[in-house]
Design a protein around this ligand. Sequence first.
Ligand code: PBG
Ligand code: ZN
Length: 347
Amino acid sequence: MSAFKAPPLEVSSILHGGIHHPTLRSWQSNGRNLTKSMFIYPVFISDDPDCEEVISSLPGQKRWGLNKLEGFLGPLVKKGLKSVILFGVPMKMEKDARGSAADDPSTPVIQALHLLSKLFPQLMLTVDVCLCEYTSHGHCGILSSLPNPGHSNQPTIEAEPSAQRIAEVAVAYAKAGAHCVAPSDMMDGRIKAIKLGLMHAGLANRCALMSYSAKFASGLYGPFRDAAGSAPSFGNRKCYQLPPNARSLARRAILRDSSEGADILMVKPALPYLDIISDCAQYAPDHPTACYQVSGEYAMVVAGAEKGIYDLKEMAFETTESLVRAGASIILSYFTPQFLDWLDEEK
Ligand code: PBG
Ligand code: ZN
């Protein structure tokens, strides 16, 4: 066999010329660059005011009591933190079937809203709206006593009372000073119910509505449910969160929520659902697309780095930049504090 001689390169073969310098590489991003203001930092608020408790399944994250918030968030705000999303962790409060503790005036997120509005008037305050942290059954809506026809160990959701209850809770948070409410419950019709509730309360023009719109029934929420004490006491959430195979249904959810009055649409989890992020940006191009790199994704990235599989910072950047490339302009991330440092460093 004669020696193979590669043909001369064509002009169009040469790509390396555009990526040999860090600045050149940054220009290959189609204008979609990661910035500090894209990040929303999830913060767990305990009803024990002096709480500062490590969450073992969520490395580096803690549950915080009201008295610790200034010391914890102050330095981050100085470094450029623009936004947080608050999750209530009622450790001592009574749980019942309708999640009464969710909008009790003493509930930790309402107390935190009052405090943070005073401490950091520039910080944008989003609150997660859901019932699962506050219900005795640990589900995200109001349950019917009827059995679920698809599976006897599954809950049956009461659609209208659920949407109504979620809207009540959202309006209570808006009244307490939330700049944005973010329902994660996945109940049918809750976006419209919340929007109408906000309008009725005269708050629709000063509280944004960010819908967890394409939220999938994922195995990646485990550390969060530990952190927030919100695991269902029976069954699972598959009859209200989207099946992981459901691309078209996700598109319907996105279109529905944009027509029901959402200001921002979210996809969750993030990395296994890049196609959905891209669909969201494409099918709802007039709404900002958010995505949530959830607790299990974060824990996975950290665990791989601890095993020596890759470098933590490199992988945090790679996963997060993928979300931006797919179409996200808002990112909920447990890596937010690190990015406030990393984005100041030379890459
Ligand atoms: C509650 C809620 C969950 C998350 C955000 N809000 C968990 C769930 O649906 O069980 C997940 C966030 C994360 O895993 O980081 N409805
Ligand atoms: Zn929930």
